[in-house]
Design a protein around this ligand. Sequence first.
Ligand code: ZN
Length: 205
Amino acid sequence: MKILCIGMNYVAHIKEFDRDFIPKSPVVFLKPDSAVLPRKNPFVIPVFSNQVDYEIEVLVKINKVGKFIDQKFAHKYYDEIGLGIDFTARDVQRQLKEKGQPWEISKGFDGSAVISEQFLPKEDFADLQNINFRLEKNGEDVQVGNTSLMIFKIDEIIAHVSQFYTLKKGDIIFTGTPSGVGPVAKGDVLQGFVENQKMIDIKVR
Ligand code: ZN
């Protein structure tokens, strides 16, 4: 199983990093399967970082093998929608970017991929590109998003990534984070919601 992630897919999130550039095609990176935070485990802040940010994201679970998927058939390659957190060691990412090096370790370290236990059938949604989702930190909303604000929609993402990576059953796509990303501290409680359904509930240690 692989985890494909899309960066910079919400304009307001790009702006919070003081950037004006809007990507012309999806920005893609991967996390290894070892990045998945085991169920019921707390997220432990890694020793190599002083700033780990949360990024709440809508997930898509791939249901069959596909390569060079046409955008108009992309909907046949997933049945379920989930919620995830793309933990990012922001200080490590910044240092690597400054050196012009790949920033993979800042996004792919152990525990950096929170994947909701529950996935919701896509039929539950009238419009997949109009899903409300949000992250609460210690009981307060910190990120509030709607999938209508994606620069690249789910089917465009699948068409794009499948040109480079054969998609397989069980692969997960992180579709990008809305604005409001911020750091976690020991003792924080993070709860993620799709519409009003709680999908994620984890402690930070
Ligand atoms: Zn992300």
